[in-house]
Ligand binder design. Structure first.
Ligand SMILES: Cc1cc2nc3c(=O)[nH]c(=O)nc-3n(C[C@H](O)[C@H](O)[C@H](O)COP(=O)(O)OP(=O)(O)OC[C@H]3O[C@@H](n4cnc5c(N)ncnc54)[C@H](O)[C@@H]3O)c2cc1C
Length: 442
């Protein structure tokens, strides 16, 4: 929404700024320097990094939920990825390897529970062995530390009950609760003087035309239903809603976000001993997702998943979560039809396995035959913010965008932060801060 403000709304905004706008200054009419929209791990990591670099700036994070990390950051596999899969030279590859190192340093410094349990990527047949070898080359090109190929007879040395034709062992892959990490970032940000506003759903951005020449007011207002904050610049890191925020500042609708739910199964307590490391299949190169895997959690649970099924709501964690607006938008989006047409058969198989989960267990038994249907039950789910272009192509790397006109010139959007953005978050934060410093004045 690009609206010029009337005097009345200007006064309302001033009154809000008096109450909330200032983070550290005693002059509460001062606008903020930067507002970050989205209290997930990307927003919080960037807020922390920016505050470290510029201790005197006034900043706030605004989050629509009543707590931080409520969406992708709080609903994921909890894996610290080592950077094996990603195209050499891509931002994804570079930021993951850098993010891994920074993350472990951060966990140790802040006593965040984590465990370097490692990971086996297991090939089950000759075809997959060839792809596994390619994956090894890729990992080496990406500078993934200490990768090793493991022959059939040696797989059990790494995971006693696991079987396969050949495997790739990544000792640096680990596990952590990314929501806990996100909250640490936010706490540090607050300790340095940053403000966090929860229950603050951004509905639009406006230009403060009346501020011209008066020096004191900021050129932008970040609006929600009943409040607004004045600021010089805005960064949006809105995950599942990133395209909607971008459109508010005149950006193109593409890439659109399409929600793909990833559902997990839980292994019963009596069978947890069967899995001590992450066990992944060799990914199908046609898909951006890594495939259903065994993942130990820091709390001792073992999660099996996630699958990938289209969700009927951007925050649709269950089949019965349906959002009419989200469904209508998806129905009007040609990119989604093209994607569904291209992946019709694998898509249907995923849906069938989601409904009849013993079929998913049959896939998992190929790796650990001792797991049976009675050992698993349905578990939690996460929803991926999958960016898709108009031709139905899955956008696989980070996308940054700016808007149009006076408002857009002061807003930067992180439109796509796909997995492993939790692992990469500290490196992404550095990258975004460099970009903010280059494009805006602080
Ligand atoms: C099933 C699944 C498994 C994954 N596994 C891993 C893994 O093992 N390892 C890994 O590294 N990565 C993993 N990922 C990816 C990782 O979780 C995400 O890439 C990362 O959390 C993205 O963080 P984010 O801050 O961009 O988004 P989010 O965490 O979704 O945060 C965006 C925030 O913006 C807020 N917001 C949206 N709109 C507005 C608005 N209008 N106003 C105010 N606030 C708004 C939302 O409420 C939300 O809190 C996984 C993801 C999924 C879904």
């Amino acid at each position: 929404m690009l609206a010029h403000l009337t005097k009345r709304t200007l006064l309302q905004q001033l009154s809000f700024a008096r109450r909330y706008g200032s983070t550290s200054s005693t002059d509460s009419c001062d606008p903020l320097d930067l507002v970050i929209v989205g209290g997930g791990i990307v927003g919080c990591a960037t807020a922390r990094e920016m505050m470290i670099r510029h201790p005197n700036i006034k900043m706030a994070i605004v989050e629509k939920e009543n707590a931080l990390a409520k969406h992708q950051t709080g609903h994921n596999s909890g894996v610290v990825h080592a950077g094996i899969y990603y195209k050499p030279g891509s931002m994804k590859a570079k930021l993951c390897v850098e993010g891994l190192k920074l993350s472990y340093e951060y966990f140790c410094k802040h006593n965040i529970p984590h465990n370097k349990v490692g990971k086996l990527i297991v090939a089950l047949n000759k075809d997959q062995v060839k792809r596994l070898d390619d994956l090894y080359d890729r990992g080496i090109k990406n500078n993934v530390p200490d990768l090793q190929l493991v022959e059939k007879d040696c797989i059990s040395k790494y995971e006693p009950k696991c079987q396969g034709e050949r495997a790739l062992w990544s000792p640096w892959t680990g596990i952590v609760d990314w929501a806990v990490v996100c909250k640490h970032f936010a706490e540090e940000f607050e300790k340095m003087g940053g403000k966090i506003f929860l229950n603050y759903e951004v509905t639009g951005f406006s230009e403060m035309t009346e501020s011209k020449g008066k020096g004191k007011l900021a050129p932008l207002s970040v609006q929600s239903k009943d409040r607004c904050i004045l600021t010089n610049y805005v960064l949006t890191c809105a995950g599942l809603h990133s395209d909607r925020l971008a459109v508010m500042t005149g950006c193109d609708l593409s890439p659109r976000i399409v929600p793909f739910r990833g559902e997990y199964l839980l292994l019963s307590e009596s069978k947890r001993h069967l899995c001590t490391t992450n066990i992944y299949p060799v990914p199908d190169p046609r898909f951006p997702f890594l495939g259903v895997h065994f993942t130990p959690r820091v709390n001792g649970e073992i999660w099996l998943g996630p699958n990938a099924v289209l969700a009927f709501a951007r925050e649709g964690y269950r089949w019965r979560d349906i959002n009419i607006r989200d469904c209508i938008e998806m129905a009007k989006f040609p990119g989604l039809y093209k994607l569904c047409f291209r992946f019709f058969i694998p898509g249907c198989k995923e849906i069938i396995k989601s409904i009849f989960y013993p079929l998913a267990v049959a896939d998992l038994r190929k790796f650990i035959p001792e797991v049976s249907v009675k050992d698993v039950k349905r578990g939690p789910a996460g929803v991926r913010a999958q960016a898709l272009d108009n031709n139905g192509n899955l956008v696989d790397d980070f996308v940054f965008d700016g808007g149009k006109g006076n408002v857009g010139a002061r807003v930067m959007h992180c439109r796509n932060a796909p997995s492993p953005a939790a692992t990469s978050s500290m490196a992404i934060a550095k990258f975004i801060c460099d970009k903010l410093e280059a494009d805006f004045k602080f």
